[in-house]
Design a protein around this ligand. Sequence first.
Ligand SMILES: NC(=O)c1ccc[n+]([C@@H]2O[C@H](COP(=O)([O-])OP(=O)(O)OC[C@H]3O[C@@H](n4cnc5c(N)ncnc54)[C@H](OP(=O)(O)O)[C@@H]3O)[C@@H](O)[C@H]2O)c1
Length: 422
Amino acid sequence: MDKIKVGMIGLGTVGTGVLKTLAAFKQIEIVKIAVKNLNKKRDINLSKSVLTDNPYEVVDNPDIQIVIEVVGGVEPAFDLIQTAIKNGKHIVTANKELLAKHGEELFSFAEKHNKVILYEAAIAGGIPIIMPIKTILTGNKITKIAAILNGTTNYILTKMDVDGASYQNVLREAQELGYAETDPTGDVEGFDAAYKIATLSTIAFNKRINIKNIYREGITKIQAEDMKYASEFGFKIKLIALAQLDENDNADVRVHPMLVKKTKSLAHIDYVTNAIMLDGHPMGEIMFSGAGAGEFPTASSVVGDVLAIATELKTTDYPLPMMRCHHGEAAKMIDISQTYNRYYLSINVKNNVGVIASLGKSFAENEISVSSLLQKGLMSDNTANIIVITESCNEQNLQNAIKMLKNDNCINKINSLIRVME
Ligand SMILES: NC(=O)c1ccc[n+]([C@@H]2O[C@H](COP(=O)([O-])OP(=O)(O)OC[C@H]3O[C@@H](n4cnc5c(N)ncnc54)[C@H](OP(=O)(O)O)[C@@H]3O)[C@@H](O)[C@H]2O)c1
């Protein structure tokens, strides 16, 4: 049997899982693996001659047909993938950051060289979502994605909800357990989810969504009280990656925390689990959920991509036509200020006469209707928290109302502003 020759760049969490999983597939031969540190102790038996600390020994190797890139980051991954394609190799990658920042260039480059780049693992790790959208769902017009795409932030928000704990305390615990990195910025500020929704919405809408046009807000300002108040109103708080098309196909794509009604399935996606809800015609609403990261779930997606290419290599000169990038035009984006949302506001007010009138005035002047309002008793500093949930209103109007409230003598502070999922 002619074996398909594979090279890999990176042998960390994902690379190790891939290697262990591929061992069961005798049609695949791993020819070379590039790592950074040749002396690192590894959780796998390997012949020394397979390893190299020069990744160009992988991408320049004439025997290798498929290169698996599981290094992460933009450079050197970007140059390595381009070199591999130029040298006639197909690519499997888990690199969401690279795809979000340079996907368009990479896919055009691959197409020019009649090569494919598969990236199932880059979006929601072990959940199959790219392949379904590119194949069995192509008969649909997908108009909405609402997803939980980052396990670290979902873990933190779930623990805050269950334990009534503060963001800082839960983050520390998540770091100790290895669920959050020492520098958690990429996760907690929503960058990771933004990279993923950029690529996911591009393929779902068949329109290019530029990462620079995605509004992004992380979870660092969510307070334990917000969890409690939201729950009293029947909601949970989740970091949601949202992408939707309006009736003119303009795209509204953003990542920010949202109150999600407890009756919705997404509200019950807890801890490190990820989920993706797609809405479209004719399928209606469907949801995918599972492990969004981890050695073996992510390896499942990488290995699936490798085997898909390996099977095609034996039969055709034009592998996987449905998985290729059929460049859509750039999407016309809707700015966050022009979107319509419901809002949860936690407002700290002074114990003054006329507080409710002040709130009413700034809302009325900005055409905002209140759906629910709750005052939480007087605190020792003679202030109280008022929780408001609005009806759907324009974001710019809401921001104008907030500006008015900040200048109002009765208002001490706007504690929180969180959008509410419809
Ligand atoms: N971890 C997950 O659960 C997960 C899930 C989905 C997607 N991903 C994506 O998968 C990719 C890999 O993630 P990971 O968690 O496996 O990362 P990781 O554990 O940090 O592993 C990175 C690997 O790349 C190697 N490396 C770094 N720089 C290199 C260079 N210049 N040349 C050759 N090798 C180099 C490292 O070598 P040493 O071992 O010698 O340090 C290490 O083996 C990333 O794009 C990530 O976003 C990860």
